[in-house]
Ligand binder design. Structure first.
Ligand code: SF4
Length: 128
């Protein structure tokens, strides 16, 4: 199984504990979160709508919320993609090990998603 994931969603998945924009979103993200923990899964990275966005009520005409928000989101993706290569199809488990090594402090994560409104629900951020 191959997942397509935005760069910043690697961090969101690490902190996911069942919250989201609506039931469909949570159901889909829960599925993606399970798949990324399987040794049979590979991941292709992107800075555009992905397998999580496709069930998101904020995605309209391939844009996240509005043009300003969309630009911010792409910028977050690109910051993560400086550390991991979107041209490589990664083994999911190895990719998340790599991400854990790169983003191992609140400082390193804050550079990506300091303005995220989900911090209080993000286990990854809280446990750093
Ligand atoms: S559309 Fe925007 S808010 Fe929804 S999952 Fe994608 S990046 Fe997140």
């Amino acid at each position: 199984m191959k997942l397509i994931l935005r760069g910043h969603h690697l961090l969101c998945l690490k902190g996911f504990q069942g919250y989201g924009y609506d039931d469909d979103f949570v159901k889909n993200m829960t599925r993606v979160n399970e798949l990324r923990k399987s040794e049979k899964t590979t991941i292709q990275l992107t800075n555009s709508p992905d397998d999580i966005c496709k069930a998101c009520p904020n995605l309209k005409d391939n844009i996240c919320e509005n043009t300003t928000q969309n630009t911010n989101i792409i910028s977050m993706d690109n910051k993560v993609l400086k550390h991991v290569d979107p041209k490589i199809e990664y083994d999911a488990l190895k990719l998340f090990e790599k991400v854990s090594r790169i983003f191992d402090s609140k400082e390193s994560v804050s550079k990506i998603c300091s303005n995220c409104s989900w911090h209080d629900k993000c286990l990854f951020y809280q446990n750093l």
